[in-house]
Write a protein that binds this ligand. Structure first.
Ligand code: PMP
Length: 464
């Protein structure tokens, strides 16, 4: 076996790592790469033999936990039987048909068909094409603009990266792509006016959305995309009444609603889907991550009856649906998804996320809410975030140079906990595997608390 020092050198010399400061990595300023060698349950190990609680389930995806042999066996069985065949022009496999039937049965809205990709990004790229296709086919060729939210995250390909509402995902990459617009984020803590209730704030956000649609011309706005719980932009559950208000506006102007369930789907919020929890009735749904728990790359675009009906009705006139990938509906990925969904159902992971999630939210609040540098503790199910501020009364932020969020995340990691420094502001994010136990939650929250305390003490010694 190649020794780990050689692996680290090979990596530094040849891997272009996503979301990495290239100079820091190339010069060794950020240390050696962490070589992840194994995982079991909620823990991963690295090549130095250290073990960590993975409080972020990889990237919010390993919902069933690491090392599930049932899934490995399902993958191997399919690989031995038939590693690949495409799904173009009426070809299918057993696993693909079974998975699709399950998804159509369980998905929110009025699902009709499932289209498959390999990532959340490419699935949202497909969603944009479906909004355009649908409106072309029903004779509304101007109705093409898509609205997303500031701080929403929908991927980083051309259109999905444009939907992502954070400018650092656009800078130097010539995004956003024309026709993708942004409306205000649903984050009450930062967006509300003094004394404004959640309900009033939700109404104001919906009124702003309506103004944007009217300003652009409703005949030019085709779709709206949102995560039921805003994820990478800060792990922010919607304020009270938000989705009801937003959906009323979308219906008024005949705008398709795309629910991006990439994080929320399959139990993360304590319900099967974020849509179920918040009463969202989407026209189109994006799923990925939890669909295979990261055991294979797979995403799904779940097309509702309204959109699919127009597509099928037009087919005799326009010909084939000309969109798809070599690996759309890959049989090994479909087999992995079926094995993962078997576990999700058998172990009732949505229910578990609701119960263990309530314990998690309580612990987070109890340990952190009164800390001097904590502005807000928020979350739902097994998604949680702590937002750090320099002054909790005025909500003054820390100087970004102090890198408070990143330092707390690093201090947690030094203690054996992976909790993510979210990319916007000083936020520590949590999304542990849904199989996490209450004891593991307590351990996780305690490690995060010690890490926060350490950085808070450092800040008190060297104020900004
Ligand atoms: N949508 C949401 C809500 C996401 O959280 C993500 C990834 N974090 C994506 C889309 C993009 O998925 P991927 O990284 O698989 O392209």
């Amino acid at each position: 076996m190649t020794d780990m020092k050689t692996i680290a050198e090979l990596d530094r010399a040849s891997v272009l790592h996503p979301f990495t400061q290239l100079k820091d990595f190339a010069t060794g300023r950020m240390g050696d790469p962490t070589i992840v060698t194994g995982g079991q349950g909620v823990r991963i190990q690295d090549a130095t033999g250290r073990s960590y609680i993975d409080g972020f389930a990889g990237l919010y995806c390993v919902n069933i936990g690491y090392g599930r042999t049932e899934v490995a066996e399902a993958i191997a069985r399919q690989a031995y039987k038939l590693a690949y065949y495409h799904s173009y022009a009426a070809h299918t496999t057993e696993e693909l048909a079974i998975l699709s039937g399950r998804l159509v049965k369980m998905a929110p809205g009025k699902p009709s068909k499932v289209f498959y990709g390999l990532s959340g990004s490419d699935a949202n790229e497909t969603q944009a094409k479906l909004v355009w296709y649908y409106n072309n086919l029903r004779g509304q060729p101007k109705k093409k603009k898509i609205i997303s939210r500031e701080r929403g995250y929908h991927g980083c390909s051309v259109v999905s990266g444009s939907m992502t509402g954070m400018s650092f995902y656009h800078d130097h990459m010539d995004l956003p792509f024309p026709g993708i617009l942004h409306t205000g984020s649903p984050h009450h803590y930062w967006g509300a006016e003094a004394g404004e209730t959640e309900e009033a704030f939700s109404k104001r956000r919906a009124a702003e959305l309506e103004q944007l649609i009217l300003r652009e011309g409703p005949e030019t706005v085709g779709g709206f995309i949102g995560e039921p719980v805003l994820g990478t932009g800060g792990i922010t559950p919607p304020p009270a009444g938000y989705w009801q208000e937003i959906q009323a506006v979308l219906r008024r102007y005949d705008v398709l609603l795309i629910a991006d369930e990439v994080i929320c789907g399959f139990g993360r919020t304590g319900a099967d889907f974020g849509c179920t929890l918040y009463g969202i009735e989407p026209d189109l749904v994006t799923v990925a991550k939890g669909l295979t728990s990261g055991y294979m790359p797979l995403s799904g675009v779940i097309v509702g009856e309204k959109v699919y009906g127009v597509m099928e009705d037009a087919a005799d006139r326009i010909g084939a649906f000309s969109h798809g990938y070599t690996y759309s509906g890959h049989p090994i990925a479909a087999a992995a998804a079926n094995a993962v969904l078997d576990i999700v159902e058998k172990e009732r992971l949505s229910e578990r996320a609701r119960v263990v999630g309530a314990h998690f939210q309580k612990q987070l609040k109890e340990r952190f809410a009164q800390m001097e540098i904590v502005g807000e503790v928020r979350g739902v199910g097994l998604l949680g975030a702590i937002e750090f501020v320099a002054d909790r009364h005025s909500k003054r932020r820390f100087d970004p140079q102090q890198k408070v969020g990143a330092r707390i995340s690093k201090a947690a990691r030094d203690r054996g906990l992976i909790a993510r420094a979210m990319p916007h502001g000083d936020i520590l994010g949590f999304a542990p595997p849904l199989v996490v136990s209450e004891a593991e939650i307590d351990e996780m929250v305690d490690l995060a608390y010690q890490a926060t305390k350490q950085v808070m003490d450092e800040l008190a010694r060297q104020p900004a």
